[in-house]
Design a protein around this ligand. Structure first.
Ligand SMILES: C[S@@+](CC[C@H](N)C(=O)[O-])C[C@H]1O[C@@H](n2cnc3c(N)ncnc32)[C@H](O)[C@@H]1O
Length: 465
């Protein structure tokens, strides 16, 4: 089947109208629904179900350390130059891996693994190898497993890049954010253009299958023209995937962001111009819009998976791997099993304490109801394929006998009709189809099916655009 989609279209008026706070739906229910009064037994039971079904595994390792602080950063990081802290962390991480691995059938294959941060290349080569060996001692990796890592180009050497590839990493991602020196200085992340081109060359030379770069718009001193220059340079760099993130400015949660000169941040209208220009330039230069903030070359597997209707979404974002159980190691990592999500302790102190006490280092979690599972299917189908067949859905959930899709979701269909009037979706007897204009507002469309959001009086999520 070919699900080729028409190019995404930009409509500033609609983007302004729908500029509301909505979750990013890397999961449904969203991570905000994970609660401390969660039963660890539910987590263990969900692992046992995966063992029985031999569900493939996806692993995530969180390395929180960074040598210096980027003032825009919204991630869970620990800033320190005392490299010895990583040694202690890796010891606890190994114990975390062992504790989870004891519950998991070792015949289950790992199809995907990602190391994120923070800065995974904060680790020395010896430490990377040590963690790699621990993981390999406890899990069996499929021969074609996708193994990816995030790196900070400022602390990278050629030999490090080759070492990662030789060890078995086959995908790599690095943060650019912006090429402009004034922007880089304002966010405390100076990385000259020549350095970024060098790093990319090493990655190509080493033979990584896919290279991703991150950009952020909304940072101080960015204008339409400066960011156009960043987009042009990024295109010249020719990565396989490009993420163009909207800057999440949340100084009340991330006090480091208070160091940014607020008065130099671009106005909302400039940000919309930047987004429009980025979409147009990337599309004109052969990048396919995947969804949310992501673009990929047409031959990249994310793009082809989307064309074949095989794109999925989990806490790591868009992925080609369906139906896997995601297991997260290290602080703040999320594990996402079929009907249970848990998150590890976010603070080092709490994480170490739980492991010392021989309990699983889980801080909070949620067990999904049948209703959650049904709604998750709708939301993920819309987020990944931008369309949904009501018949297929009815068959999957055996809805036809008592209530069909339109009956089951009567209130939601009513709400979707308003979105249809604005041109965001097309509704037919059997289909919900997101229009090219609606694709940039996919979070808003998906949120129609989110019962938790409806119940919330005040909104806590970042803006849709
Ligand atoms: C874990 S971070 C760091 C990746 C890598 N360690 C590096 O330093 O290049 C992953 C990405 O999240 C994005 N990011 C971080 N904070 C953000 C924020 N407040 N708003 C939008 N994107 C953000 C950045 O683009 C960043 O490259």
């Amino acid at each position: 089947m070919n699900f080729s989609l028409p190019a995404v279209q930009f409509d500033a008026k609609l983007l302004r109208k729908y500029d509301q706070s909505v979750p990013r739906y890397t999961s449904y229910p969203p991570a905000t629904e994970l609660k401390p009064d969660f039963e660890l037994l539910d987590f263990k039971a969900a692992i046992a179900v995966g063992n029985y079904k031999k569900t493939p595994l996806s692993l995530y390792c969180h390395i929180p350390f960074c040598e210096t602080a980027c003032y825009f950063c919204g991630c869970n990081t620990v800033i320190t130059q005392r490299k010895e802290v990583a040694e202690l962390y890796l010891d606890y991480m190994a114990r975390n891996i062992r504790a989870y691995a004891e519950l998991i059938d070792c015949a289950r294959l790992v199809h995907q693994m990602h190391w994120g941060g923070g800065t995974p290349n904060y680790l020395s080569l010896k430490q990377v190898e040590k963690l790699w060996i621990t993981l390999n001692n406890h899990f069996s990796f499929a021969p074609q497993a996708e193994i990816s890592i995030e790196v900070n180009p400022r602390y990278l050497k050629r030999e490090y890049v080759f070492f990662l590839k030789d060890l078995g990493f086959n995908r790599i991602s690095f943060g650019i954010q912006d090429f402009n020196p004034q922007v880089q200085e304002a966010v405390n992340r100076i990385q000259p253009e020549a350095m970024l081109f060098n790093v990319m060359e090493w990655m190509r030379e080493a033979g990584f299958e896919s290279v991703n770069v991150d950009l952020i718009y909304g940072l101080p001193f960015q204008t339409l023209n400066t960011f156009r220059d960043t987009i042009h340079k990024t295109i010249a760099l020719s990565p396989d995937r490009i993420a163009v993130f909207n800057f999440a400015y949340v100084p009340w949660l991330k006090p480091i962001q208070k160091r940014l000169p607020k008065e130099a941040m671009p106005q909302a209208s400039v940000k919309l111009d930047i987004l429009q220009m980025s979409i147009e330039e990337l599309s004109a230069n052969g990048y396919q819009f995947i969804g949310m903030d992501h673009f990929a070359k047409p031959n990249d597997e994310l793009a082809s998976a989307q064309r074949q209707g095989q794109l999925h979404r989990n806490f790591q974002g868009y992925t080609t791997k369906p139906e896997s159980d995601l297991i997260g190691f290290g602080i703040s990592s999320i594990s996402m099993l079929y009907d249970v999500y848990v998150q590890n302790h976010k603070r080092l102190k709490d994480f170490y304490k739980a492991i010392d006490a021989n309990v699983l280092p889980v801080e909070r979690g949620v067990t999904l109801s049948q209703e959650d599972l049904i709604r998750r299917t709708v939301i993920m189908e819309l987020m990944c394929q931008f369309q949904l067949s009501k018949y297929e859905f009815e068959e999957k959930y055996n809805l036809t006998f008592d209530r069909d899709f339109d009956d089951y979701f009567a209130a939601e269909i009513c709400e979707l009709k308003n979105l249809e009037n604005d041109g965001l979706v097309r509704l037919s007897h059997n289909h919900i189809e997101v229009t090219p204009v609606g694709r940039l507002l996919i979070r808003n469309i998906a949120s129609v099916f989110d019962t938790y959001l409806r119940q919330k009086k005040i909104s806590i999520f970042s803006k849709a655009i």
